[in-house]
Design a binder for this molecule. Sequence first.
Ligand code: ATP
Ligand code: MG
Length: 513
Amino acid sequence: MKETAGVISLIEKALTPKAQSEIEEVGTVIGVGDGICKVYGLTNVVFGELVMFESGARGIVMDLDEDYVSIILLDHAEEVSEQEVVHRTGNSFRVPVGDALVGRVMSSSGEPLDALGEIVSNEQRPIERTAPGIIARTPVNEPLETGCLVIDALIPIGKGQRELLIGNRSTGKTTTALNTIINQKGKDVVCIYVSIGHKQSDTAKMIHLLQQYDALSYTIVIDASAKSTALEQFLSPYVGCTIAEYFMDKGQDVLIVYDDLSNHAIAYRELSLLLRRPPGREAYPGDIFYIHSRLLERAGKMNDQNGGGSMTALPIIQTQGDDISAYIATNLISITDGQVFFDTNMFNNGIRPAISIGLSVSRVGGAAQIKSMKKVAGQLKLELAQFEALSAFMQFGSELDATSQRAIDRGQRAVQLLKQDLHATYSQAEEIIFLFLLQENFFDRLDMTQINTFSRQFVSYLLEVYPQVYHAVAGPEGLSELIETSVRRAADEFILVFTKPSTPSQQGTGYSS
Ligand code: ATP
Ligand code: MG
């Protein structure tokens, strides 16, 4: 009798449905090569799930077939062999997030790449998250100061905006993005720099530059260099974005640079072709638009109920032969809120930063410009457009009528003023004063070569002699009548000192920039 009861309880136990968590699903590798392996037996595995191999390798499920699943290997790819057992984890790929990451250089799998030891964090987040809806957001209304005069004046970027930096190779895209990071010093903005598919030596130089300007202390660098696997390169922007979301959710402002998404698209194309997905235009897979749109949609400015944080994204795209109508370029132009176009000819002609005003646009940033900046920059765009149209006639010089000659003259002075040295960044007050001097025709009294020196020395003079005027320029009151008169008077004073022929014993004006 006792025996029968035992058998019944065993049968009952076998027949009761088990909870999903109790099932440890394992599969077997049936084929491996090129960093991809096919696994049989993982019937309930989901797309994007992290799986563990007996050998210690990790992989992510990227394709679900009827009989098998395709897994892309994240690390230790060479150790995986056929017949090896694969375990489900039930989780998607996660990365560590937290304040401890600030100032660190890490790989896309969260491993430290600097000499500062283990990254200690007690929170991990999955790298994919649905972008916040419109109800949770608020319009972009605060400027993100790039410190680059031409951008801040004419193509302004607001906190929460997505602005594409686009141009041929070696035209100053990375430099502009890094300068923007450098300019965030003391502004309470967490910066994230995602380096995708660059040479390790190049990334090392960028990190060194950030260190030099003391910018690494508020920056996180995600490095997926050309040496890392295609999967690591593909994952890196999502990893950066997830870390950025952590700070944004806490109500902080974040700036994230994706350098560059052309390499990201190439890495994804490589993965897709290895997975035998059908190639589409330029051999990219059909979902390449979604890959980038779902990443950039996660940037934005949250409303106060949702913490009031913001994520400003600066994706970079490299074009071939100035062709902005290539597939990935047009995709990103349509996803972002505007683009800054870097022109090779301008760069070669020494106009640096080589930003083409005609081809650049900021669709929302204007709303984020402060009052005084709007006042002094309003006229400039029109003048530069006029200058561009007239510059073809420049070679006829004296045959031009007086009005056109004057427009050309003003345009040349404006272009000269907009030139900026390699890592020079300007404060908002400096930028407003420069543009005010241009508007008030002060540069007409100077030689073309003196414009930049004069303007930089003048701001030092103003700060030293009339500090209250200097600080009021970018203040809440804006450029009031009184402030304008004071700046005008100070500039009149200074121009006399500046243009006074120096005696042999006098060296310069005594004011440094
Ligand atoms: P790539 O497409 O290869 O990544 P890039 O567009 O990011 O290139 P950068 O690496 O930023 O270009 O710059 C290319 C070169 O131009 C660098 O040597 C840099 O020092 C120089 N450069 C960039 N901006 C300026 C500037 N404002 N003044 C002087 N030199 C500059
Ligand atoms: Mg670059």
